[in-house]
Ligand binder design. Structure first.
Ligand SMILES: Cc1cc2nc3c(=O)[nH]c(=O)nc-3n(C[C@H](O)[C@H](O)[C@H](O)COP(=O)(O)O)c2cc1C
Length: 195
């Protein structure tokens, strides 16, 4: 698969098969993704692949976070339980959750450089995974911004930022592409001096 094909044909996957991806393949994906550009060679990405028995406690902490943030407020108890059980079952149906986090630099420029490098790393993961037939959904659900969630998972929110959780597995269904705006609407070649 060439780069053009990977970039244009990759789709975000919402529906995964139960079959797990071999950890050797996951390692190859993350190792190659680490060739992402990184200013000052910080390589700011840290990855925790949550899977198997770990997924249940992960789901419980996500649910605690949603309840703490008031997402189920106004629901009667039975409906709240059903909603949370639905979230738990959905999380458990995904073979791997790669939680990606980074250390926060106090200097905004350095922080943003590192954040950009982690995003480049994540897109590399998506493209490499596609090449192996593995689907990814880049998620940024509200719990990743909840300091209580981070601490309960063992990540110090003062020191670290959770950038994303990548849901990973073999695709059950590949969605239709969502078309992009023609680039001519956004692209300008500036050939003349600014007046
Ligand atoms: C920073 C970032 C956060 C995202 N967070 C979510 C998310 O929380 N849930 C989700 O369903 N998709 C999420 N996506 C995926 C986009 O919805 C997806 O890329 C978009 O719909 C285009 O689909 P495609 O990737 O198949 O082309 C995220 C993408 C990015 C770049």
């Amino acid at each position: 698969m060439d780069v053009f094909e990977a970039v244009t044909k990759r789709r975000s996957i919402h529906d995964f098969k139960q079959e797990p991806v071999d950890s050797g393949i996951l390692k190859e994906i993350f190792a190659a993704a680490a060739w992402a550009p990184t200013h000052r060679m910080i390589e700011p990405w840290e990855i925790e692949v949550i899977q198997k028995e770990a997924a249940s406690s992960f789901a419980d902490l996500i649910i605690d976070s949603y309840l703490r943030m008031g997402y189920a407020e106004g629901y009667e108890e039975k409906k709240k339980c059903k909603l949370m059980e639905g979230i738990k079952q959905h999380i458990l149906s995904i073979p791997h959750h790669a939680l990606i986090y980074m250390e926060k630099d106090k200097d905004l420029r350095l922080y943003e450089e590192d954040y950009a490098a982690v995003c480049a790393f994540i897109q590399n993961v998506q493209l490499l995974a596609w090449r192996y037939g593995v689907g990814v959904l880049w998620t940024s659900n509200p719990y990743i911004y909840d300091a209580g969630f981070a601490s309960s998972w063992g990540i110090d929110p003062k020191k670290h930022k959770i950038v994303a959780v990548l849901q990973m597995g073999y695709p059950n269904k590949i969605p239709e592409p969502k078309n992009r705006t023609p680039i001519t609407n956004k692209l300008k070649f500036m050939n003349n001096p600014i007046k």
